[in-house]
Design a protein around this ligand. Sequence first.
Ligand code: GRF
Length: 213
Amino acid sequence: RRITVLISGSGSNLQALIDALNTPALPNAEIVLVLSNRKAAYGLTRAAEASPPIPTAYLALQPYLKQNPGKSREDYDAEVAQIVLRSKPDLVVLAGWMHILSEGFLALLDGRADAATSPIPVINLHPALPGEFDGASAIERAYEAFQRGEITRSGAMVHRVVKDVDRGEPIVVREVPFVSGEPIEAFETRLHAVEHEIIVEAAKKVLETTESS
Ligand code: GRF
């Protein structure tokens, strides 16, 4: 089964997927493309150094807009979607992709814009629990809520991508308790370890419940 992964940063969740390939954690799967919106994303290096090496691409938003005067953010998202579609994935994983994907992207991925493609599931990793701390800086905002005594745990989830940011149906959810007095870095370390588990579990679960394209 073909997986395409979109990244923006260090790619530690991409690495978790790479390490799980062809193990019981993620059997019968290959990563066919890693696409980044940043040329400097270390995740691109992780893909190139995988064995076998994983094809990579990057398309940064600002250079795209500069090189294509008159084109919009929607045009950028459509171009991202075309790159993704050309990789013919059975699953698209957003693993730290730091752009909000437009409705147009989702329309292309779930076939509404082109009847030729069957819907391709898109899943996203978010470092918070469903309905809590949607959007950016989720970890910091959760930690501050803990410091204010409002919560005793946060967590991470992988959910289906829909047009409302971080609001798609959860696929895997895991709570991560806070430890009183711990610095945010300690909490983040535990949370990222949980992310590395649930991103693999979610990919396996979605591939098991969708037929090959
Ligand atoms: C993860 O914490 C993810 O939840 C957030 O961005 C981070 C990506 O980390 N969206 P990495 O690039 O996979 O290491």
